[in-house]
Design a protein around this ligand. Sequence first.
Ligand SMILES: C[S@@+](CC[C@H](N)C(=O)[O-])C[C@H]1O[C@@H](n2cnc3c(N)ncnc32)[C@H](O)[C@@H]1O
Length: 273
Amino acid sequence: MVNLPYFDTLLKLLAQDRLVEKPFGKHVHWGFWDQPEQATLSTDDFIQATENLTCKLCAFAEINDGMTVLDVGCGFGGTLAYLQETYSNLKLYGLNLDIRQLYRAKNNLLQIPDSPYLLVNGNACSLPFPDQSINCVLAVECIFHFPDRALFFQEVFRVLKPGGTLVFSDFVPKPWLAPLTQIKLPRPFGFHFYGHCQFDFTVEKYRNLAKETGFSEKNELDITLNTLPTYRFLRRFARDVGFYNVSAIMETTTAELVSRLGWLDYLILSYRK
Ligand SMILES: C[S@@+](CC[C@H](N)C(=O)[O-])C[C@H]1O[C@@H](n2cnc3c(N)ncnc32)[C@H](O)[C@@H]1O
């Protein structure tokens, strides 16, 4: 079952307000500002930041022409569209739990013989793909939603060809923050705008899990500072479109606070089979 109130809200806003299409109709992630101190926070600035993050992840994944790439939690297909525009002769798969997002993703993608794509409605923890069939699995800003990271890693390991890579981005807590992220507040004070999210996986936990699963090489990049202008952009944008939601404000503000304090990092991580 899909329980992601922020996507319910987004889909409703996308249907009502044309202002929302440009910044959130393609990518739904935090973005990457090359020079955060020079962020103008305009919509175009944010769109550029979202393209930058996608570009950064694909470069980290060392994607090359001719590869088979699976984008897990593909949202509205922004990453797949970037791959189609940037590389040749790819075989692309997008997987998402939420079929409404896949319908929208179709509008962002080209049905071209050069890099054909297939969108699949399914769960990241049970990948409907054969063993050793994929060169690269991407999971852009979605792993914290998955019901079980260990199962996801096992599934990715199974579907990857030898030498293939898993690349994802995640909000990663410092060790002392991890236990606090487990505390459940009673509703109405419990957070729920972003749905089921678990931010308890530290870098050390990821390294251990990758090792236990059988992955070898690792690569980690801390881009927290490059994501911080997003919070100011979201505040400005919410004001402009008249969106107000207590839970959204509380959750986003908490994330901003712990990120600015250096307790929650935004990382790009990669592991090779
Ligand atoms: C923050 S959005 C990121 C979307 C996209 N990767 C992007 O960068 O635009 C998180 C995505 O994860 C998807 N998702 C959440 N749980 C999932 C699961 N168990 N299996 C597959 N997709 C899932 C959501 O539907 C949503 O599209």
